[in-house]
Design a binder for this molecule. Structure first.
Ligand code: DGL
Length: 259
């Protein structure tokens, strides 16, 4: 497979959450063109059967490969958990990176501490997360917590709603009573409400996220494949399977929202 250095990089998510990863990608690779594709019409992925998420992800990436991309970031922990291992076999030459919860830095920075990993049910139940937890469970106590319903607040534009605070207070009750040292956002939608999670868990509870590591890893892969641009102005195209103008506007608003 031959890739064109001038082709765009695909950033894929089940919805608008991957924009938290796109922000880091643009920071570390400012000269690149990006296509952000959010599968909002089919979201949420996190409560679907793994095989369904795998097919949705592989079909969409295959489509963009035919159109011409030079690299791909799976900016969705759920799709990474469900599909990236298969994708590496299907597209062995494609510079491809999948996001993973940032358990490693959280554990290393809080030896002996308690780390809460918040993610969708698929990610929490997936083998990938269990393998990752095994690597660090001797360093810190890692507590996986499925958060069904949380991504919907971000996807539905209810980031600043009182209902979100009620959800968090109820869902995180156990960790308000028995505090943790850090929380990991293991779903790319959640960084947009990390300040709300902090306000409920306590401002001294540290937040970790995998977006920056993912962006740096894709840059490394593209550089290795001699596909990295070092000049020129990069552009972003926002595409959603929900083609309403409001969805595209939401993508742009989230992109400009400070995290
Ligand atoms: N943003 C996705 C993730 O990182 C999942 C949200 C969903 O579609 O359930 O896991």
């Amino acid at each position: 497979m031959k890739f064109d250095i001038n082709a765009p990089i695909l950033v894929f998510d089940s919805g608008v959450g991957g924009i938290s990863v796109l922000k880091e990608l643009v920071k570390v690779m400012p000269h690149e063109d990006f296509i952000f594709f959010g599968d909002s019409k089919n979201s949420p992925y996190g409560t679907k059967p793994t095989e369904v998420v795998k097919k949705l992800t592989i079909d969409k990436v295959s489509e963009y490969l035919r159109l011409g991309i030079k690299g791909c970031a799976i900016a969705c922990n759920t799709a990474t958990s469900a599909a990236v291992a298969d994708m590496r076999v299907l597209f062995p030459e494609l510079p491809l990176v999948g996001i993973e919860p940032a358990i490693k830095p959280a554990a290393l920075n809080h030896p002996g501490g308690r780390i809460l990993v918040m993610a969708t049910p698929i990610t929490i139940e997936g083998q990938k997360l269990h393998n990752q937890i095994k690597l660090y469970e001797d360093i810190a106590t890692i507590i996986p917590l499925a958060c069904p319903g949380l991504m919907e607040f971000i996807e539905g534009g209810k980031i600043d709603s009182p209902e979100l605070i009620d959800y968090l207070k109820e869902h995180l009750k156990e960790y308000i009573e028995n505090p943790v040292d850090a929380f990991v956002t293991g779903c790319t939608h959640y960084p947009f409400v990390a300040d709300k999670i902090s306000s409920v868990l306590g401002s001294n509870v540290k937040h970790y996220d995998g977006a920056n590591g993912t962006a740096r890893e894709l840059k490394r892969r593209l550089n290795e494949a001699k596909l990295l641009k070092d000049s020129g102005e990069g552009h972003i195209k926002f595409i959603s399977s929900d083609p309403s103008p409001e969805k595209i506007q939401q993508c742009k608003t989230l992109f400009n929202r400070p995290l």
